[in-house]
Design a protein. Structure first.
Length: 148
């Protein structure tokens, strides 16, 4: 089954986010409407929901294309993705007026301040989570589709 390996790699990468993002959207809607949180979270959700699945799919295609030369484990390759997504997301959030950077904290939606130490800890947790999801879920899908 060597037909269209890049298409299969793209679909394996898109699979995880296609399942998780609607669940996250449901949780955000419940928080916004049921708990009456006055934060306009939909402004910060639409862009990632449109972009992240495509980025995951393209990142898996890049792994497939470069695996013969780099020999990176799919988990390590996936753990590198937050280092691309965080700066791009921060720039987009700044441009859309969702994020303001201060001396000691970043303020989201002009009402939720987060200290940089908490952001750094969350980023480390995210890198670990990406590693595990890419190693076990995307790696499994790559093996099932015959591209790993």
């Amino acid at each position: 089954m060597n037909n269209h390996p890049y298409l299969r790699a793209y679909l394996a990468g898109v699979f995880v986010t296609t399942l998780i993002l609607p669940l996250m959207l449901t949780a955000f809607i419940v928080v916004r409407l049921v708990f009456q949180l006055p934060v306009p979270i939909e402004r910060g959700l639409i862009f990632p929901m449109a972009l992240v699945p495509a980025v995951w799919g393209l990142w898996n295609v890049l792994w497939l294309a470069s695996h013969a030369r780099t020999h990176f484990n799919v988990g390590v390759h996936g753990a590198l993705l937050p280092f691309l997504l965080l700066p791009c997301g921060a720039v987009a959030a700044r441009c859309l007026g969702v994020l303001q950077l201060g001396a000691t904290s970043a303020t989201w939606f002009q009402s939720v301040p987060l200290p940089y130490a908490l952001i750094a800890a969350g980023f480390c947790f995210g890198v670990a989570a990406y590693y595990l999801v890419w190693k076990y879920v995307v790696g499994f899908l790559n093996r099932e589709l015959g591209i790993a």
